[in-house]
Ligand binder design. Sequence first.
Ligand code: PMP
Length: 422
Amino acid sequence: MDRWRRAAASAGSWRRGGSAQGGGRAGRPDALPAEDGDGPAGDRTVTDGAAPGPQPPHSAMEQPIVFFGPGPSKIPDQVLERVQAELLNYAGTGVSVMEISHRSAEFQQIISGTETRLRRLLHIPDNYRVLFVQGGATGQFAAVPLNLCVNGKADYFITGTWSKKAAAEAARYLDMQPVLPATEKFLGIAGRDQWRLRPDADYVYYCDNETVEGVEFQEVPDTGDVPLVADMSSNILTRPIDVSKFGVIFAGAQKNMGPAGLTIVIVREDLLGRGLPVCPSVLSYSTMAKAGSLYNTPPCFNVYVTGKVLDWVEEQGGVEEMSKRSDTKAKLIYTAADQSDGFYVAPVDGAARSRTTVQLRISAGAELEKKFLKEAEEVGFKSLKGHRSVGGLRVALFNALTVPQIEKLVKFLGQFATQNRG
Ligand code: PMP
């Protein structure tokens, strides 16, 4: 069988379900190892490296899966199907998009198309550059100080696991000062009267949504003339943002934009060309900007898939629609917890509750949480385990999760509470 016919045969060899919003799927072998920086608590359950390929339909696999992976996360089924359809022969080239040169006309079209869509969706002003880089959001923890250090000081809002890591990384390069009073547990954001901001800082850094703890800023912090840097890895494209308020925005792709391995940086042009001379070229914003993100080989396939996800977001109604859905989904979960007579607890302070990564506890304790996770998995709700550092449950409500899916989860939460109330 030649390559094209093999592809067609394998594409038809198992079926998946999918809703108009990119919902549940059936028949997909979804046995995923899940323990990265954002992975749930507990041990790996799948043999390392044994990624299953497409498999024939199996009755146990027919159950629709609602996948709450915290990152990597669900990519809409419509996007995966489009990728699958052109995987072996991209745009009539006769080769896969994974195989074409990053210097080819085809890839140039892909990368500039992806940038154009992102600019449209986020209304990115012309004086900002969009960079496609590698190294993850963690790479940006170093890239930010290396690119922005001038006076040698920067102020960091530490509101959870990721901003704490970013601050520790920055402290290797400059005088890092926390903006907020120190805290053991991250369950809210201290009021403005407690902020310490230095007017001569090179930048102020914050994480817009702390994925592990479920702490999200409801407003952009006002830092006056000091450039503001935001990690939006887990809430980009879930609400409109005014890009002009920021010096730098960065986000790993793997929650709301595409596969892990691509990081997007949006940087104001006047901030290019500063920083520390030791900044590695591959992390340098100005080097990447000058080279149109092609200083070295970019993660081509990821840029391509991300372009398709951005198409999907536009088709669904754009960031404004994603924002409405995010609000609805989050409200459903928090209301279920708040009205459960204390069976479920959402521990984050109401004013800082995340709309995309909801931290939930079962107040009776870890044993019941374990039972919940097991029973949830049995009916198709996958990957609801909290991060290993905080435990409990986490509901990742990224854009590919639909309102009807969350309504279904809320029903399950109610049933479980009724059956297990002490
Ligand atoms: N920032 C946030 C908000 C995150 O959720 C994560 C984990 N995905 C990171 C940074 C680190 O990202 P990466 O694993 O891509 O380096």
